[in-house]
Write a protein that binds this ligand. Sequence first.
Ligand SMILES: [Zn+2]
Length: 217
Amino acid sequence: MKPTIQAYQYVFIRKEVEQLLNTYSSVNDQKTVKTVQAFAEERISQLFPENPFEITAFLKEILDIRLTKAKAEKALLDLKVFIEPFQQPEKAQLEKVFKKVKKLPLPEWGALDLYEHTYVGWNDPASQRKYLTFYQDGKLTGISGRLSPNVSKGICSICQKTSSVALFLATTKASSDGTYTKKGNYICQDSSSCNHQLSDYQQFQDFIQLVRFQDKK
Ligand SMILES: [Zn+2]
């Protein structure tokens, strides 16, 4: 079975389903319900121009006004097998990505649902650092930096959602001598939560570009 869904698309779909459930339980006006359904269908369909059968079948289920929370959860779970999971890299590959780091702490792979990760991020509280790894054009790459231990409520620069965020000061290739970017970005302290909220791949790309751009300034 060829995976057709990316993790961030799954987050997007889940969000649409939540909205539909909300509408079904709170809106009586059939015209309004139909409009909400039409928009949801359009937004989901736009993500999958090739119209794979699993999406068509899924849409049929969630566009039924008799949809319950339990049915929706089951449908979402069934859809999960079509997600392309984050490929867990070898330890050596990660060490190559973060080659300036002497003793690289590793993510707790076993605790991560790789079907719901667009990138993988983990913290090393001892050194107050955060590591982010992801694939760019099929190649494993990464960003690391200092993560403030102070957590507050704010908008995350990656998922763009209100979240428990902390200031992240990246070090990238150009400043791998240990200097940090001058301007930090607030991002989700917990990267798994961030992934569960990241529904737009472009937002993640923009963040990476921003960090690399800030680094050059
Ligand atoms: Zn986030």
